[in-house]
Write a protein that binds this ligand. Sequence first.
Ligand SMILES: Nc1ncnc2c1ncn2[C@@H]1O[C@H](COP(=O)(O)OP(=O)(O)OP(=O)(O)O)[C@@H](O)[C@H]1O
Ligand SMILES: [Ca+2]
Length: 747
Amino acid sequence: MRKDSLFFFYTSEGCRPCFFFSAYTGFLGPLFFLSFVSKVTSVGMNTQWRMPMASIPLYTGKETPLQVYLNRVVTVFGLVSISVALVVSLIVSFLYFMGRNKDVSPMFDAGKTTLDEKIDMVIKFIILGVTIVVAAVPEGLPLAVTLNIAHMSRKLGGEIALVQKLSACEAMGSATTVVCHKTGILTLNQMEVVDVCAGGLGTQNLDTMAELSPLLISLITEGIALNTNGSVYHPEGWPEPEVFGSATERAILKFGVKLGMNFDEVKSRSTIFRISPFNSSRKRRGVAVQLHDSQARVHWKGAAKTILASCQSYMDKDKIASMDQEKIFHFEKTIDDMAKKGLRCAALAYRTYPEEDILRDEAFPYIHESNLVLSAIIGIKDSCRPGIRQAIQECRNAGVKVCMVTGDDLLTAKAIATECGILTDEPADTAILAKDFASMSEAQREKIAENIVVMGRSSPDVNLLLLEALSKKGQVVAATGKGIRDAPSLRQADISLAMGIGGTSIVKECSDIIVLDDSFASILTVIQWGRSLYTNVQRFVQFRLTVSASALIICVVVAIHSHEIPLNVAQLLWINLLVCTFGAWALASEPPIDNLMRRPPIRKGEPFITKLMRAKFILQVAYQVTALLCINFLESILKLENKSLDDANKVKNTVIFNCFVFCQVFNEIECRTPYQGNIYRGILKNHLFLGTIAITVILQVIVIECFGIFFSTVRLNRKQWLISIGIGLFSQVANRFPFQAFPYLRN
Ligand SMILES: Nc1ncnc2c1ncn2[C@@H]1O[C@H](COP(=O)(O)OP(=O)(O)OP(=O)(O)O)[C@@H](O)[C@H]1O
Ligand SMILES: [Ca+2]
């Protein structure tokens, strides 16, 4: 039998899951199982799921913003080169038909030139135009983005993150704020009860629990066993029972086991007839149970202060004592003390009724929440991830702000945030309670949003308000999400990160990136790769545009001068294929460099082609054009005087082609850093880069020495090879221009 689908409907707030509907099919045909837990109150668009589900972003195979931009660059370059080609063809034709050009044979003579010769000439000029277009259109640009993203996804995919939306990789490079949950991302999500306050005693650790009265222990364990969605299982032959449920639930259940709770036995003693499930707005869970001694009880468990506020009395040793102001103050202080240690505080409370009372009460769709008896306050420890402080510091150094949102109390949140280095002594750093933030006006929220680093007692709706305020301030926000109710926040964020372990499958589906191990360090790595992606594409664009521009200028100048083009179409296609495809690949393989994380994030609207890139581009193009034109026009360089015109031309054009390729090879090394810095750093470690450079050179040698027939080239002698490589190598000298001396170029 194969499980095909499982639908799970949730009713409105406060009710429990209402029914499962699962369809199984097998070779016997479809069989449907319906198992009702309670009546169905709403389905489809009326359920609690509707809102978040409706706001899940839809995925289209859209291009990333960088690809769109690069497509525009290609179009512009294409239009420019087509216009130039057209103009050049027209000029050349005009000169020819006016009989102005003496180098061309046969020369145009209105009386003598036959129609066939005229047509041949026109075709020649058209080919000339086409060659210019081929030379200049940098068609491979958007490919560089794809290659880079592919490379990045492969590197991250193993254990760090799964990229679901390509543009998110790019956006991560510009992220200015990370809004992340505390549990699991900053902490280990391995919770353990360490402090307890019960029976009128002060805070105790677990070893002294035996001092509590048996009645109190039975009330606490009853509350733990019945008021949970987790479970305890005793595998045979194992000393320790296994517990299941959320991290908090597991911690509380383990605490119960330590108190001697027999989970199955407690469950069998009573019947649950009402549940109020836990949710992150109410932060409490309640059950009403019918005990087998004609009594009924409600049990509540949840965020300590909210539960405390509903309590009128407390268990003092084994008696119920009423809560006076002093006692309330005492309990509040106990909670605060636990919270200041970074503990998550929860409280357990109960209330007993005669059974008939509960069942007779018509106005009782929900579980009574007032007049409770406090039985215990517990402090749950969840340690920070090792190395988190350093990761946060690196993030700050990179100009990315970290904002922690948590369902925990503000004191707990502040303690953890201080430990992680999120909350520092800086006066601007603000820690705020979610309800205070939510009660502000929109303008006020926008005013303080950028300073908020900690938000306590938050819920998905307040997180959404925070994200809205941040993006109104122009921040590029990456936000984490774990439950379905985070879907609207994820949609609001510029980059949505789902937690790979703590997140539900629906959140993973609707996020841009899944952080596989939930850890903050992985988010940092994704930012680093995002920046590296941007830089890699910048490198390639600089490289590719240099090739296009140099080729264009050389072709135009030589075409106008001698009606021939030094590089033919085959050679240009070869350059496109070899240099540009391999080049894109080589430059895409550059791993992120450290200093990427020492510069601020790429600002929205920051020019992709920086002033420095432009300066380097101009210098490089000027060098290549000058060098190659010298070879073309100064015949003495190659000493070809004693060769026939045709042979001399072939050698000259081959050398130009060869020089051009070598210029690009060295230029590629130059483009390893679009910023200032050592271009050779780490080059020996990047085998892919070295490999592609080596393959390019080897193939070029093979082409010139063996396949001249396809490229209309001739074999070169040693001196001509040295000239080609020398001119290529010399381009590096051009790049040693002291750009640093010009503050204007410092972007
Ligand atoms: N299973 C539980 N039983 C009782 N109380 C709980 C339980 N889970 C959480 N709480 C209480 O609710 C508070 C907030 O929990 P909530 O689930 O909203 O936070 P969270 O989403 O886990 O936090 P974070 O945002 O840091 O991941 C906790 O401080 C705790 O007091
Ligand atoms: Ca081209």
